[in-house]
Design a protein around this ligand. Structure first.
Ligand SMILES: [Ca+2]
Length: 104
C-alpha cells in the first residue's frame, strides 16, 4: 500500500512486486492533472532496463447533485429564497458554482 511521493522511487520484489497499487487517502491526494509514473526493472544480475513512462490523468468526471429548496407558494410582491446549499459532489470534489435560471 505505498504512497507515492514525487521523485522518490519505490522498489518492489517478487513474487508480488510486479504490480503496485497507488494508494490515495484524503491526506495523500494526487492532485488533478497529468502525472507520469516511471518504471525501471532490474534483473538478478543487477542490469537495469531503460525507463518507461505511463501517463495518468487524474480528473473528476463524476457529476455533482443539485438540490433546490424553495417555497411552493408565495404572495404577489413577496421576496423569497431559493436555497441550493444541500447540493453536493462526491468527495474530494465540492460544489464550486450555483447557476440559477428562471425557466418559465
Ligand atoms: Ca465531481
Amino acid at each position: 500500500m505505498p504512497t507515492f511521493k514525487k521523485g522518490v522511487p519505490i522498489t518492489t520484489t517478487p513474487p508480488a512486486g510486479g504490480a503496485i497499487e497507488v494508494t490515495v487517502t484524503p491526506t495523500t491526494l494526487i492532485p488533478s492533472g497529468v502525472h507520469h509514473f516511471q518504471l525501471v526493472v532490474e534483473d538478478d544480475s543487477g542490469n537495469q532496463s531503460d525507463p518507461v513512462v505511463a501517463t495518468v490523468t487524474v480528473k473528476d468526471t463524476i457529476k455533482p447533485t443539485a438540490i433546490i429548496t424553495a417555497p411552493t407558494q408565495v404572495q404577489p410582491g413577496q421576496t423569497f429564497v431559493l436555497d441550493g446549499t444541500k447540493s453536493s459532489d462526491v468527495a474530494p470534489g465540492v460544489v464550486a458554482k450555483w447557476i440559477w435560471t428562471m425557466v418559465d
